[in-house]
Design a protein around this ligand. Structure first.
Ligand SMILES: [Zn+2]
Length: 417
């Protein structure tokens, strides 16, 4: 059994629920008093804030998916009026959409629970290969690592070659980042003439933002002696769940209320059934209730051999709706529409596939003008696309005008989960 972060992780489910319900009721009351938008949501839906006393009562509130949050923030920048205007905000993050999020206070446990569960703590030198640039990932994982006493190498998205150099020179023991990037680093190390397992000391890895495919996990563990762990969260709500040494599901963080709902109705499914992960983060800055992640999972309620009592998520079974995550970044219809807007409504379609362990993004574009497909046009288009959508296009397929039907989806996700 590995170390618990604090005593909350050994609370009984009854105790956890009672304490969370109390904090939730306080958050609703505060939010209703401070946030004009939240007051409006409650009043429009004829909900009495004093009647939200437990997680079961949350069901009366609408689920807010990412796309809806983007819309709300466009109407009322920067935080859709969901914030506590009196709260002191130390950082503001953005993620594609754009969505703006006020960073939770330094006292929040953001990502600190995941690391002890993976055996990372004092004495570890952790390479944090998540981006520190604008997005929340880099700094929040960094803070979590510091909270558990690990030394952080803030390498961010530096090239694989630089990462290899850092791993070697600084005797890095743990990696935090995406699984595909760690594999790129391992391949680069081989190219540079190293034996990753023999020459380096990386023995643990915590992954997020991308699914860890079983074959890749097997390779990390068997071929390179790296104990691999998954973490799950979203910029809008912070950390949500993390894997422990039992590796049988992801423990739900103590600061989050997770519901598994039917995406069509927003009502909770029966315990153990598949549904959308809907998250409410208990905090006093940003009153985003029932954030719809668009990810599908189910709840495991039986106790875990790791000694943690909290319920677990049984991994991610797929995505609800049209948004897709490509190389850890969301690609949303709203972004593609923005690209279309710049190019006179150019008919296009994004197709997401997987090549080995790497996501591939192909864009199908109708050749409605002569210049479409020219090297100069393509370079400009790719550059603009990446500015808006953050992810890079791997391939463009040009099709004749009228090929993409109006009723077809903007994003087609062909990956198997
Ligand atoms: Zn466990």
């Amino acid at each position: 059994m590995n170390r618990l972060f604090d005593e909350k992780e050994s609370w009984t489910n009854e105790e956890r629920k009672a304490r969370q319900d109390e904090i939730l009721a306080g958050m609703v009351k505060l939010g209703y008093a401070k946030s004009a938008r939240l007051k409006q949501i409650f009043d429009t839906n004829k909900i009495n804030p004093l009647k939200i006393k437990s997680r079961e009562d949350l069901e009366t509130l609408p689920v807010t998916p990412r796309e809806k949050l983007v819309e709300m923030e466009i109407q009322e920048p920067p935080y859709a009026g969901l914030e506590n205007p009196e709260a002191k905000v130390d950082r503001i993050f953005t993620s594609p959409g754009p969505v703006y999020e006020p960073h939770l206070s330094e006292n929040d446990y953001l990502w600190a629970r995941a690391f002890p569960a993976a055996g990372i703590g004092p004495g570890d030198i952790a390479l944090n290969a998540f981006s520190y640039h604008l997005v929340a990932a880099g700094l929040t994982f960094h803070t979590g690592l510091r909270k558990v006493g690990a030394t952080v190498v803030p390498s961010g998205t530096s090239s694989a070659q630089i990462q290899v150099q850092l791993i070697k020179d600084l005797k890095v023991t743990a990696y935090v980042g995406t699984p595909s990037f760690l594999m790129s680093i391992i391949n680069k190390a081989k190219e540079m003439g190293f034996d990753f397992h023999k020459d380096f000391q990386v023995r643990k890895a915590c992954f997020a933002a991308e699914p860890l495919l079983p074959a890749l996990r097997h390779s990390f563990e068997k071929d390179y002696g790296i104990d691999a762990y998954q973490m799950y969260g979203a910029t809008e709500v912070g950390d949500v769940a993390y894997e422990c040494s039992a590796k049988k599901g992801w423990h739900i963080c103590e600061e989050t209320i997770v519901e598994i709902v039917d995406p069509a109705t927003g009502k909770n499914v029966r315990s153990g059934e598949l549904g959308e992960i809907v998250v409410t983060r208990l905090n006093d800055i940003f009153f985003l209730f029932r954030f719809g992640t668009g990810d599908l999972s189910r709840l495991i309620t039986v106790p875990c051999s790791s000694g943690r009592i909290s319920y677990r998520l049984a991994g991610i079974a797929g995505r609800v709706g049209d948004t897709a995550k490509v190389r850890g970044m969301f690609l949303a219809p709203s972004q593609l529409k923005a690209v279309q807007g710049k190019y006179n409504g150019l008919p296009l379609q994004a197709i997401v596939t997987r090549d080995g362990h790497a996501d591939q993004l192909k864009l199908r574009v109708e050749k409605i003008f002569q210049e479409i497909g020219d090297a100069q046009w393509e370079a400009g288009f790719k550059k603009y696309f990446q500015e808006i959508c953050t992810v890079k296009i791997d391939q463009i397929e040009y099709v004749s005008a009228g090929t993409i039907k109006q009723e077809e989806k903007l994003i087609i996700d062909l990956r198997k989960w």
